[in-house]
Design a protein around this ligand. Structure first.
Ligand SMILES: Cc1cc2nc3c(=O)[nH]c(=O)nc-3n(C[C@H](O)[C@H](O)[C@H](O)COP(=O)(O)OP(=O)(O)OC[C@H]3O[C@@H](n4cnc5c(N)ncnc54)[C@H](O)[C@@H]3O)c2cc1C
Length: 393
């Protein structure tokens, strides 16, 4: 693989870099991009607006819908530069921009596109994703939430769970069963639900770190107008799966992990004379940090592999599972190393704790990475069957 940019790619990289340098809000010293996002809402909103003016809030979307129509390699460069500069990304908009928007662009009507896409791009409308249910996660197609046609509406009853941002969202992309007699993948319809509709109730779920990210959502005779069906009735499964790879590069996460390890190394060195770094007292820590540094390079190579396949028009299959599995498990190891640096102080949270307990928070949150977006076991099944050619049972 040739890692060098072509002259066109180098020019594009320079343009992105210059724009970020000039316009992006700078995180304060010691502050991660994620913290900056939370702490400086207004400052970041202005930055997102400027990104939007260039079509870079949704770089993968076609230009006619307000995106930048970037090629795979341009997205790769864009994501790489954003991550290197630690420029904030609009994470609260990710379900709208990364899932609902692309689904509408491919399967939606013109009216739906006109009504919903601009609010996503302006960052005004937060979306949530109503797929998982108490009895349907890895085996999503066994979902049981029912939608029954009644005149010009569908009447929805059932429950979703783990619904990230449902408490803040204006709309939900909702999968519900419209034909219970059809084979399970063929009786599902894809809806847009206005979260203010009568009969929708949202109950918070607190994660291991005591943060409120996701929720349970209940539907009690909720009416959804038929105009809110995306694609065709009973064909929702196919709309739901065809658009998942709109955003094509995960280089940002590999660079983010590398920066995290670099930050840990700096922290361990800076605090080695105090009680909140075990660098002097725990010789194994040196090996741990070295291992993490090697592993982030492996993660970076795996993302290059996936991106270069996409650039050649190939669709990564088990290779994408390999990257997801390796990166999310590595994230957990990095978080664990962070806690090892702090020693017993790693158990503290609150203002008095080292780094205000941020490493503990990261450690607790890292558990979820290997579950959300498909569990590690599911990724291993894919690698075993499609990568290694092992039999299903
Ligand atoms: C932080 C977070 C945010 C989320 N946000 C959303 C959201 O916004 N919207 C949404 O719809 N969902 C969301 N989810 C749900 C997520 O998609 C599911 O948790 C995930 O798909 C797993 O499903 P499950 O929880 O039902 O576990 P299950 O599928 O019940 O799995 C339980 C265990 O069995 C294992 N297992 C299951 N099937 C197999 C198999 N065939 N072979 C081997 N092992 C297997 C799994 O790996 C797991 O260890 C979120 C989850 C998390 C953690």
């Amino acid at each position: 693989m040739d890692f060098r940019d072509t002259p066109e790619e180098a020019a594009f990289r320079a343009e992105v870099r210059e724009f970020i340098e000039k316009e992006a809000p700078k995180p304060k010293a010691g502050e991660s991009a994620a913290d900056a996002l939370a702490a400086n809402w207004q400052r970041n909103q202005e930055w997102f607006k400027r990104l939007g003016e260039k079509g870079w809030i949704a770089p993968a979307w076609p230009k006619e819908y307000g995106g930048a129509g970037m090629s795979t390699i341009q997205q790769f460069i864009f994501n790489e530069e954003m991550a290197l500069a630690r420029a904030p990304r609009p994470l609260h908009m990710i379900i709208g921009l990364g899932m609902a928007g692309p689904t509408l662009i491919v399967h939606g009507t013109e009216d739906q596109k006109k009504k919903y896409l601009p609010g996503m791009l302006r960052g005004e409308d937060i979306w949530c994703q109503g797929y998982s249910e108490p009895g349907a996660g890895s085996d999503l197609a066994s979902l049981q939430t029912r939608a029954v046609r009644d005149g010009d509406d569908y009447v929805v009853n059932g429950q979703k769970i783990w619904t990230t941002l449902a408490h803040m969202a204006k709309y939900m992309i909702l999968l519900a069963r419209t034909d219970p007699d059809a084979p399970k993948h063929r009786g599902i319809t894809y809806f847009i639900l206005d979260m203010k509709s009568p009969g929708v109730s949202v109950r918070p779920l607190y994660n291991l770190g005591n943060s409120h990210e996701f929720n349970e959502v209940f539907f009690d005779n909720v009416r959804i107008p038929k105009e809110n069906v995306i694609g065709e009735e009973n064909r929702g499964w196919y709309s739901a799966v065809t658009t998942l790879d709109f955003e094509r590069s995960s280089i940002g996460s590999a660079i983010g992990m590398k920066q995290h390890v670099e930050d840990l190394v700096e922290y361990a060195k800076d605090h080695q004379d105090g009680p909140t770094s075990t660098l002097r007292t725990n010789p194994m820590l040196r090996y741990e940090l070295s291992d993490r540094m090697i592993e982030v390079e492996v993660a970076r190579m795996l993302s290059y592999r996936v991106a270069s396949m996409q650039n050649r028009g190939l669709i990564p299959n088990y290779e994408a599972s390999l990257l997801k599995l390796y990166s999310t498990e590595l994230n957990q190891r990095i978080a664990r190393t962070g806690i090892h640096i702090l020693g017993l102080y790693g158990q503290l949270r609150g203002d008095e704790a080292p780094q205000k307990g941020r490493l503990l928070q990261t450690f607790l949150r890292s558990v979820a990475y290997t579950i959300e977006g498909g569990t590690s076991e599911i990724q291993r099944n894919i690698i075993a069957q499609r990568g290694l050619g092992l039999p299903r049972d």
